[in-house]
Write a protein that binds this ligand. Sequence first.
Ligand code: F6R
Length: 245
Amino acid sequence: MKLIIRVFERTENAGQAGAMLIGGQMIRKPDSIFGLATGSTPVTTYKQLIKMTDDKLLDWNRVTTFNLDEYVGLPGDHEQSYKTFMKAKLFDFVNIRPEAIHIPDGMAEDPGAECMAYERKIREAGGIDLQLLGIGRNGHIGFNEPSDVFKTLTHCVDLSDDTIEANARFFSQPSRVPRQAISMGVGTIMKAWQIVLIATGSDKARAVAAMVQGPIDPQCPASILQTHPRVTVLLDRAASVALSR
Ligand code: F6R
């Protein structure tokens, strides 16, 4: 199945287009279940969603969300936890019910049991209607790092050096970047009915080309998306430059 790829001249338009797809899904199905991402990429999308909510276009009252991942060892109220990020960038500004928000618990005593419980919650909720993704410079989605196999379900991951280095910008010292995370697996992501992946900036160009035009290879986890029937890839010009026409 061919990925739908859209390239925008203005970087912010890629993120805004993501908000339009999420908003459209919410309008079609007010009790939609969304898979959400953190990181710098979706910030514009979340800003636009807040604007659309302020403009009374969107109502989050019946929406449920599941975040892709969370660092292991950071309490939810830590300033760099993904829970804090989601509150600051989206949840505090829309009328989502607190009990409808799901983020893996990075402080769970038994991370393995937390992974299984998270997977079960997604299944019991009825599965994800639309999964929002960013992509790592190394082709990771969620925290599914390059590997010899596609890890299928929610699991505990050792972060790669590349990811630790990329995320060090958010921490006062590189040594403070957590070494592990709980992440939805590639199989969890692939079960979503629809996927929207956003990538902007030249440092994503190689990963984008490998995802779209490379072989399906767990060394580029995002390449599995080539086999999903409904994926939209939203790029800015810089992220698209390594794609061959
Ligand atoms: C975040 C996530 C990661 C990021 C990726 C890109 O929840 O799952 O896969 O999407 O690392 O991060 P940014 O957007 O900061 O370049």
